[in-house]
Design a protein around this ligand. Structure first.
Ligand code: XMP
Length: 509
């Protein structure tokens, strides 16, 4: 494995992604990690991340300099390189010339980390400090016009420092540099596969849980679905999944879920039909945040009451992912076990005195999908578009009534049918219909109509942080519009949302 020390860079997760793309396992740890813990992790290489601080400031993040004497190769990136240089006796200072953005890197001949890379190659710089004096044994292996010491190496000790960021897309040969570090310098093997992960995760769950009972809140999203199947394969009937039907689901969601999980995968699952309770509490509520609060509160109550029917349960399983774990730590480390509360079940474990099982907490989203496929989760679940916990409630702008829910559900179902048929489902991050709180005039046959408006939202995105409206073909939009207006009673107009995020959001509420 490769150990990544987190000095607070915004690119830390990217470094981890790059390493794992090479099928090498890596773990991000705060700089406070002890040398003993590092030794017990037995990494084949260590990467020191960048960070916003300056090494010469008091209180800047630091790790014991002993890591440079463990006979383990170390790659320092930006702040990580400065830290290495300073810790080994060199000098880092503030530069008058801040370098930010593209720079042309000139490589010296012969460094193994640059093997196979052209001597002139672009790189991405983002720093205000530079290495001024190198410690003994280090040599310069690359420079740019503005930064004479842009990369360094101590060949005997296998220590490397890069002033630029090899992990970002803007450094086109950065992947190659990371590969050289992993395979040529650290001698890593490509063992990080989802098959090996699944086997290990199942073993770990059995060790942790033994013959005790586990509860899991199943939403049907990919994270909770993969968690459920993994636990099912580890402990079988000792897992009970609880699915709360809040009456705000898409048209066929509940049936699809029942078919896949109960009939096909034979997972132990309880369906709680709580639609009436949710709808009653939402009567006349218009404010989106109020809707969310009400839905969250009732979900907790319903879930807790159902879980209480399994009195000897000792564990709660959650589909927490690695980005949540990393983000929940403070910038410079802190207690690594603090987990960001999950959308819908946050607060439950403490209240219910259950211990957490989080088998996905070292995985990124795309890895969860690969794991799902590996353990036999059907494609329709693996590639499901995200669906928000509050469901259709935040897609009915204004008041929620049964009639309006029904209209939206029908329109949304037709939309999804056309999107699937056109082969767009997987290419879109999300696609859905929104019911607007206004009526407009139309004409059907010889009659004037005065009916509701549906907005179509379809976006592409990598992580929902930013999103762009999808350039759907006009004939597909036309089919969607025709079908909704013809087949859904009460709708006489369909509009397409052409806003990106930011400044808009994906959901309308
Ligand atoms: P926005 O609308 O903020 O949405 O661009 C970003 C992503 O989050 C989802 N979303 C939610 N998911 N509970 C959830 O579980 C919520 O209250 C919620 N609000 C938004 C949204 O669908 C999108 O994927």
């Amino acid at each position: 494995m490769i150990l990544i020390i987190d000095f607070g860079s915004q690119y830390n997760q990217l470094i981890a992604r790059r390493v794992r793309e090479c099928e090498v396992y890596c773990q991000i740890e705060p700089p406070e990690i002890s040398i003993e813990s590092i030794k017990s992790l037995n990494p084949q290489g260590i990467i020191l991340s960048g960070g916003p601080a300056s090494t010469y400031e008091t209180g800047s993040p630091a790790i014991s300099a002993d890591i440079f004497h463990l006979d383990i190769p170390v790659l320092g990136i930006c702040y990580g390189m400065h830290f290495m240089i300073q810790a080994m006796g060199g000098i880092v200072e503030h530069s008058e010339k801040r370098e930010y953005g593209f720079a042309e890197l000139s490589l010296a001949e012969g460094s193994r980390i640059f093997a196979g890379i052209d001597p002139i190659t672009p790189c991405w710089m983002s720093h205000g400090d530079v290495a001024a004096t190198l410690p003994e044994g280090f040599q310069v292996i690359a420079s740019t016009a503005g930064t004479p010491i842009a990369a360094v190496e101590h060949p005997q000790k296998k220590l490397f420092g890069l002033q630029f960021h090899p992990e970002v897309e803007h450094t086109p040969m950065g992947r190659e540099m990371i590969r050289n570090f992993l395979f040529d310098i650290c001698k890593c093997d490509r063992t990080w596969t989802m098959k090996s992960f699944a086997e290990e995760a199942i073993r770990d769950i059995r060790d942790m849980v033994g013959t005790k009972k586990v509860i899991l809140g199943l939403s049907g999203g990919v994270d909770s679905s993969v968690t459920a199947l993994l636990l099912h394969q580890a402990i079988g009937r000792n897992l009970t999944c609880i699915f709360v039907d809040n009456g705000l689901l898409r048209k066929t969601e509940r049936e699809k879920l029942r078919k896949v999980f109960r009939q096909h995968l034979r997972i132990n699952i309880r369906f709680v039909n709580a639609g009436n309770r949710f709808l009653k509490a939402l009567t006349k509520v218009v404010d989106p945040e109020k809707k969310r609060k009400i839905i969250g509160r009732i979900f907790m109550d319903v879930f807790e009451a159902e879980a209480a029917k399994i009195p000897d349960a000792e564990f709660l399983a959650q589909g927490t992912l690695y980005p949540d774990v990393i983000e929940s730590r403070s910038a410079f480390g802190g207690p690594s076990s603090v987990i960001k509360s999950h959308h819908n079940v946050g607060g439950l474990p403490k209240k219910m005195k259950l211990k957490l099982v989080e088998p996905l907490k070292y995985l990124f989203k795309d890895e969860v999908r690969r794991l799902g496929s590996e353990i036999g989760l059907p494609d329709e679940m693996v590639w499901r578009q995200p669906f928000p916990g509050p469901g259709l409630a935040i897609r009915i702008i204004g008041e929620i009534t049964r009639k309006r829910l029904e209209m939206l559900r029908e329109a949304d179902d037709l939309l999804m049918d056309e999107i699937r048929k056109a082969g767009f489902y997987r290419r879109l991050w999300q696609s859905f219909a929104v019911l607007l709180p206004l009526k407009s005039v139309g004409v059907m046959g010889d009659h004037r109509t005065y009916e509701h408006v549906i907005a179509i939202r379809a976006v592409t995105s990598l992580d929902a942080m930013t999103a762009d409206w999808a350039r759907l073909p006009h004939d597909l939009l036309s089919r969607i519009s025709n079908r909704i207006i013809n087949e859904v009673k009460g709708i006489n107009r369909v509009v397409y949302d052409i806003s990106s995020k930011p400044p808009s959001t994906i959901e309308w509420e």
